[in-house]
Design a protein around this ligand. Sequence first.
Ligand SMILES: Nc1nc2c(ncn2[C@@H]2O[C@H](COP(=O)(O)OP(=O)(O)OP(=O)(O)O)[C@@H](O)[C@H]2O)c(=O)[nH]1
Ligand SMILES: [Mg+2]
Length: 206
Amino acid sequence: MRSFKVVLLGEFGVGKTSFGVRITEDRFDDQTTATLGVAHFRATVDSLFDGRTVLEMWDTAGQERYRSLENMRLYVRDAKAAFVLFDVTSRYTYESAVRIVEQLRSDFGASKDILVALVANKADIEAKQVDAEELAEYAKEAGISVFGFASCKTGFNVVDMVRHVAAKLNELPPENQDSAAAAAKITMMPVQINPHKKIPNNACCS
Ligand SMILES: Nc1nc2c(ncn2[C@@H]2O[C@H](COP(=O)(O)OP(=O)(O)OP(=O)(O)O)[C@@H](O)[C@H]2O)c(=O)[nH]1
Ligand SMILES: [Mg+2]
């Protein structure tokens, strides 16, 4: 069993908590409350490769006033992957996500080789302000290999992207695993992702 700390990042209201809930409970809530402080999800992912993978998924407030550098440094410390989310109907949240990706490796002090996944959430809504081409172009330029449209509401692409990340983390040499997180035994909604669930065909990841 391998365990990795992963963090959720993005502007407030983009769907970070919804992402954690979709992954761990496979449901969606229309009325979420803004996250205060830091929350935690534990997601057990059936790896397609070598057994099972536990993602210790951390969720925090997107609101600017909670994002002091000190908080962010503590938050991303030892994280092996970051899901950076934005809301496809809001240009502002996309620009914020781009900034966060830059900050991750600089100001926030994440490991240079932290795996970044860029999630264009709320893809169920028609009025998009970022298109697939722009997303792919930016991802390429920023060296982000896992990116794509997703919807926590319908479930579209969410599990798929998480599985891609889990698979990539599993390729890391064993000394990279987060044994501290594995030992911590923080329990919150341990849910097995069903490996046989049908996933829509799409081109989420390269
Ligand atoms: N249509 C649609 N709405 C979504 C989706 N994901 C989240 N939402 C809604 O967007 C709102 C904000 O979602 P949250 O998950 O609370 O967002 P958050 O990023 O955790 O917000 P903070 O905790 O304030 O940073 C809620 O009303 C959700 O129901 C989605 O994929 N589609
Ligand atoms: Mg939240």
